[in-house]
Design a protein around this ligand. Structure first.
Ligand code: ZN
Ligand code: ZN
Length: 278
């Protein structure tokens, strides 16, 4: 059976965590067996920490960028140079909304025309639109954020269920429709309990979304300073108690193996894995 592997190369988010690198901001690498290799939201550090984790960016088949804020796009161009084998081949897929590719009134574009030209397939997505990549489907989900073109992503597999990533978003009417039936839900939960920030998910928002969607398991990531000060593990424990859905606070370097069950490996070889029946 093919496994889906998710590497949390970075788990920090927002300006202050990004500029201090209190947590890394390298994004998420997703491998579907040895068949497909995707990088999701390559913020600053994506190039360095891909190589550090021995996940060569030259093996990438796709780069997915959710919106035009630097903690999500900063290393996209260098990953594209790697994906195109040092610009010698037109290779790979780039999936992103309008702001990233063409810009809008408030931000972007985030990837130069030159770099877009190095990619074999550039697909501009709006919420609800879907792209095929081999056996995987990549659908854009809706978001409400200060970049009005922001999307999340829902990756469908033939045999392992769906994995989805919200990106930065407010909790809004109808958001749950994009995530119904997902097995793995990755939430950009920037703020802890009692400290909401407009246009981002707080832990209370995350609980409401999880209660609506009832995924198999939840990973919280993209932590801001307030969240790191509150303690993501403690917040995840509270979420799990409230919702009854297994909830994991990610750490930099965490690997998740998704097969018949879900295995969560923390940082370092000695960390005890957690097995989740999901
Ligand atoms: Zn962000
Ligand atoms: Zn943002």
């Amino acid at each position: 059976m093919v496994e889906l592997r998710v590497h949390f190369l970075g788990t920090g988010g927002g300006r202050f965590v990004m500029v201090t690198q209190r947590r890394r901001t390298a994004g998420i690498r997703i491998l579907y067996g040895d068949r497909l290799n995707l990088h999701l939201d390559p913020g600053p550090g994506a190039l360095i920490f891909s190589n550090w984790a021995r996940l060569s960016p030259q093996r990438l088949d796709a780069v997915l960028v959710s919106h035009s804020h630097p903690d999500h796009y900063c290393d996209a161009e260098v990953l594209i140079e790697a994906m195109s084998r040092g610009t010698t081949q037109r290779r790979g897929l780039l999936v992103a909304p309008r702001s990233v590719l063409r810009g809008n009134d408030v931000c972007g574009p985030a990837i130069s025309g030159y770099h877009q030209g190095l990619v074999e397939r550039v697909v501009e997505v709006s919420p609800g639109e879907e792209v095929e990549l081999g056996e995987l489907s990549i659908a854009a989900t809706g978001a409400q954020h200060s970049d009005p073109d922001t999307v999340g992503f829902r990756i469908g597999t033939p045999d392992l269920g769906d994995l989805a990533y919200t990106s930065d978003t407010a909790l809004f009417e109808g958001i749950e429709e994009y995530y119904r039936g997902v097995r793995i839900l990755i939430l950009c939960t920037m703020r802890p309990r009692g400290a909401p920030l407009p246009l981002h998910l707080s832990v209370e928002d995350a609980v409401r979304l999880v209660e609506e969607v009832r995924p198999g398991c939840v990973f919280i990531t993209h932590f801001g300073m307030r969240m790191l000060n509150a303690g993501p593990e403690e917040e995840a424990r509270w979420m799990e108690e409230e919702t009854g859905v297994p909830t994991v606070a990610t750490v930099d370097g965490m690997q998740v193996l998704i097969g018949e069950r879900v295995e969560v490996r923390g940082r370092g070889k000695r960390a005890e894995p957690r097995f989740i029946e999901a």
